[in-house]
Design a protein around this ligand. Structure first.
Ligand SMILES: Nc1nc2c(ncn2[C@@H]2O[C@H](COP(=O)(O)OP(=O)(O)OP(=O)(O)O)[C@@H](O)[C@H]2O)c(=O)[nH]1
Ligand SMILES: [Mg+2]
Length: 332
């Protein structure tokens, strides 16, 4: 798993001090206390936003502070409140108290927001302390300190693209071909037993995250095979890449296999069934005259991207296409 991490210190604003003041006006002797309250210090929030996808912003900046409250002033003027500090992080960021090693919040969805440090309350001005027996108090309250914390941010990468398909279809071969991920690959089903993430890098610093999960079989939605518990990883991706083996070892028909997997996805969740899908026919090196791919095209009535994860043919075009789709779905 890829984890991005950052340690920072955050502090909410201190409250402004209360004011000691007396009304001084011509012809009004003993005008009485009029010191206003201090303003509240700004809070510190973390917010998950789209379009931020790493924690690199934090590498160069370790101190993050919200604004202080302004002190109160004479004439009963309340000091201005300090502005809140809202720190943007990518969705999927875990926020830990670094000293307590305590998970404070998992910001796993866009627009989730949490207050991590509370701003200090402003101090009361001397006006607030006037009583019938002490009509001219000569003291005011200082502002309270804003909370401060050492924070550790941890980002679990969320895959943009999820590979699904029958066991042995070549999912792991594909991810190892286009990323640095090196899952085990073998000529038998269920080689992959845990999800694997890989970062696919294209030219000009373009990149997206791909997830490989164990193969799915009929009944997967009800727990058959290994894939079921991993489908939730795919549920969070933007695009499904459905890998079909054009020449399965068991002699099964690729079109039937396609329908089987589609039906499993649908039974697992509607959200998964409606996710954008790219269909890929793999192992075309075994289909030199394109006979099987053409047949598939007719049967499935939708675009099919022929590749060979072993020879590399069609892979460049596939990842360019996936990048385009990821970019469109991210909306930037
Ligand atoms: N000829 C040929 N063989 C391939 C191709 N891609 C993968 N294979 C072979 O197919 C077998 C299965 O590949 P994997 O990548 O392990 O398949 P998988 O889909 O990850 O399988 P599971 O993890 O078991 O679900 C391996 O023996 C690969 O070498 C291809 O393009 N052409
Ligand atoms: Mg595999």
């Amino acid at each position: 798993m890829f984890i991005d991490e950052a340690k920072i210190w955050v502090k909410a604003g201190d409250g402004g001090n209360g004011c000691i003041g007396f009304r001084r006006e011509k012809f009004i002797p003993k005008g009485g206390p009029d010191g206003g309250d201090g303003g509240r210090g700004g809070n510190v929030y973390f917010q998950a936003v789209e379009n931020v996808d790493t924690l690199t912003d934090f590498a160069g900046k370790h101190h993050w502070q919200a604004q202080k409250g302004q002190p109160g002033s004479g004439n009963n003027k309340h000091g201005a409140n300090g502005q809140d500090l809202i720190i943007n992080v990518p969705p999927g960021t875990l926020i830990y108290d670094a000293d307590l090693e305590l998970l404070l919040k998992d910001l796993n969805e866009v627009a989730m927001k949490v207050r991590i440090c509370r701003g200090g309350r402003g101090g009361k001005g001397n006006k607030a302390f006037a009583t019938p027996t002490n009509q001219a108090p000569r003291y005011a309250e200082p502002g309270k300190k804003g909370q401060e914390r050492n924070i550790r941010l941890e980002l679990k990468l969320i895959a943009d693209v999820g590979l699904v398909g029958m066991p042995n279809a070549g999912k792991s071969t594909l991810i190892s071909r286009c990323s640095a991920a090196r899952p085990k690959i073998a000529a038998y089903p269920f080689t992959t037993t845990e999800p694997v993430l890989g970062i696919v890098e294209l030219s000009d610093f373009r990149r997206f995250v791909m997830a490989d999960i164990p193969g799915l079989i009929e009944g997967a939605h009800a727990g058959a095979g290994l894939g079921f518990e991993f489908l939730r990883h795919i549920e969070r991706t933007r695009i499904i890449v459905h890998i079909l083996d054009v020449m399965p070892l068991d002699g099964s028909d690729p079109a039937t296999n396609y329908e089987t997997i589609r039906s499993e996805l649908k039974q697992y969740s509607e959200a998964l069934a409606h996710k954008e899908e790219v269909v890929v026919a793999n192992k075309i090196d075994l289909d030199p005259d394109d006979k099987i791919v053409k047949e598939l095209q007719v049967k499935l009535q939708q675009p099919i991207h022929p590749i060979s994860a072993v020879t590399g043919s069609g892979i460049k075009e596939l990842i360019e296409l996936l990048w385009q789709k990821v970019k469109e779905l991210k909306g930037n």
